[in-house]
Structure formats: C-alpha cells, structure tokens
Design a protein around this ligand. Structure first.
Ligand code: P6P
Length: 337
C-alpha cells in the first residue's frame, strides 16, 4: 500500500502525535474500528442470513421492536470495549441501564456512549443504517464509572463519530481538531482516508424531515417548512426534500452536500413531545461532529451541546446541519413560542 494512502489507524496515530495523548484514546478508537468491521460484515449478509434478520420478539428500553442485528451489534461494541482497561462505564441505546465494566477487567478514564445500530427498522429493506458513538473523559473518582460520567453535556465530548453501513462503509470522526471521513476497502479490510477535513456548506438546498408529522408540529416548524418549499417571491428556488428515515444516512448526506435535518418535537406522541431522538448517543455525538465541520445543532431554542443531560435515554428535538439553515429555523421557532 503506497504511502499516499492514509489508513484510519495511521491517521489516529498522527493525530495522537500532533495533539498529544498517551494512546488510551487511540486504543479506544482502534477497538471501535474493529467492532465496526465486524458489524459491517454481518450487515452485508443480513439480507442473506436468516438467523440475524428480522425480529427478536423483544422490545428495547425505547419500546421499539429490537431487530436481531441490533442485539448483535450491541454485544460486538460492548465486548470490543469492556476489556481494554481504558473505559470505566458505557451506555447504549439497547441497554436500559449503564453498562458496567466486568470486575475481571481493569477500568480506565473514558466513558463511551453509543447507538449500536441506528435506523435498524430499515435493516430488512436494505436501507443504510449506522452506528453513532461519543467518547468522554470520566468526571468521577473511584474505580467504576457512575451516572454523572454519562450525564455530561455534549460540549465535554473528547471525540465522536459514526459509521454508515451502505453501498460502502464509511467512518467519520472528530477528536475536536476537524472532521475526517474514511471508507472501508474490503479488499484489505482497512478504512482509508476518503474525505479529509470535511466542512459542511454554510447553507444547503436540502431539508430532511418526516412531513407525516406535519399536523402535530408547532406553528414555527410548519411555517419554516412552508418557507423552504416556497420560491420566496422568485428570490430563491425551493429546497429539495430528501428523507431516508435513517438518521446517520440523512446526516451524512447533509454533512457532505449541505442541508438541514429536522426531528422537532411534536404534540401527538407523548414520547415525542421533547422530540424522538436521544440526546446522549444520537444528538450529542452528531452535534459535536457537525460543529467541528462548521455546522450547528439546536433543539430550535438552544444549542444541543450545551444541554445538561438528566436521564440516560432522554429525547431532544434535533435540528442539525448547515449553520445558516439551522439558525434560520431558530428564528421561526423562537417567534412562535
Ligand atoms: P421516523 C430510526 O428509527 C430513527 O431512530 C432515526 O434513525 C431516524 O432519523 C428516525 O428514527 C426516523 O423516525 O418517525 O421518521 O420514522
């Protein structure tokens, strides 16, 4: 492999040398990479292999039908991270409580939040799905991590990223020094740098939202979407609507092309009066990535990364993408409170 090709492992090492670090964080990222490769192999076969396709008959803490691949991905990430001695506690969308590090393994200084397989309802229709992760330094003393280590605001993130399992497998991550994207080369089993120094356009031409919720949106949200769909007295062409229904896929497209993703609060479903998406392992990691790429993430009223979490699985409205678009949405939301 010639030296113009930068593998993810090489990139992590160069970041460690450039910005310092004992290698603990790099070891965590290396394990996330390993887990991503394992999950991607199974996702690639999900359409073919009966025993991991379809439903487990169980529901997770979110009350959602758990697909077998969710269960599998959750275990893969937990087992890849719990023995390396760098982590003191984890939390997953698939686990109702915090995930303690088994007593036989040493504990470390980091805290991992993750959604092992977001968009899993799309698995059996072959739509892109993804993993989202956030990495914090612990705030507690003692051996085992505690809830306070998990309930940190997103602005305290030390690193974050996502993996999208699609026509190609991409891993996008930041350690607070910009955003870089890597593509898995299956011929060598390595992630190679494919999207260096990602910067989201300040304004896009795409909006991503489930307009089926229109009747339950607040007035400001409805007015904003109508505004995007109008030609504003021939001043600007209407935005294009693109909605995959898989957060990582919608986010990734908007990150590269520009645009705004909206999952606002709605007034129909009691579980969604504060939005559907989860703060700790969906909104915060993607908010950290998008701000590092020059974008912005908001609830419509406040910056996502400034929210002090109170519960492991708390939900938030998520408005995320090109900064000018998200700020424009805030103007509509705030004048209709
Ligand atoms: P809706 C998938 O279930 C998910 O959690 C996200 O990946 C996605 O953005 C959202 O929910 C889709 O929700 O209500 O539009 O189906």
């Amino acid at each position: 492999m010639n030296d113009s090709i930068i593998t993810l492992d090489r990139h992590i090492l160069s970041e460690q040398r450039r910005y310092g670090g004992r290698g603990d964080f790099s070891a965590i990222l290396s394990q996330i990479i390993f887990a991503a490769k394992v999950v991607s192999a199974q996702v690639a076969h999900a359409g073919l292999v009966e025993d991991i396709l379809g439903r487990t008959g169980h529901t997770n803490v979110q009350g959602e039908e758990v697909q077998k691949l969710d269960v599998y991905a959750n275990k893969v990430f937990i087992n890849a991270l719990n023995y390396i001695g760098k982590v003191c506690v984890m939390a997953s969308e698939e686990e109702p409580e915090m995930i303690a590090i088994p007593k036989e393994h040493p504990k470390g200084d980091y805290v991992i939040m993750f959604d092992p397989l977001d968009g899993s309802s799309n698995i059996d229709v072959n739509v892109s799905i993804g993993t989202i992760f956030g990495i914090y330094k612990r705030v507690s003393d003692g051996e085992d991590g505690v809830l306070d280590d998990c309930l940190q605001p997103g602005r305290k993130l030390f690193g974050a990223g996502y993996i999208i399992y699609s026509s190609s497998v991409n891993l996008v991550y930041t350690t607070g020094n910009g955003v870089n994207g890597f593509s898995l080369d299956p011929s060598v089993g390595e992630f190679v740098l494919s999207h260096p120094n990602i910067q989201i356009p300040p304004r896009g031409k795409i909006y991503s939202t489930n307009e089926g919720n229109y009747a339950y949106w607040k007035k400001g949200t409805r007015e904003y979407i109508e505004y995007l769909k109008s030609d504003r007295n021939k001043i600007k062409a209407p935005y294009s609507s693109r909605y995959i229904g898989s957060l990582v896929a919608d986010f990734h497209r908007n990150l590269l092309k520009g645009g705004i993703f909206l999952y606002p609060e709605d007034t129909k479903d009691p579980k969604k009066t504060t939005g559907k998406l989860r703060l700790l392992y969906e909104a915060n990691p993607l908010a950290f990535v998008v701000e590092q790429a020059g974008g912005y993430a908001s609830t419509g009223y406040e910056r996502i990364l400034d929210i002090k979490p109170t519960k492991l699985h708390q939900r938030v409205p998520l408005i995320i993408g090109s900064k000018e678009d998200v700020l424009e949405y805030e103007e509509f939301a705030k004048r209709n409170i």
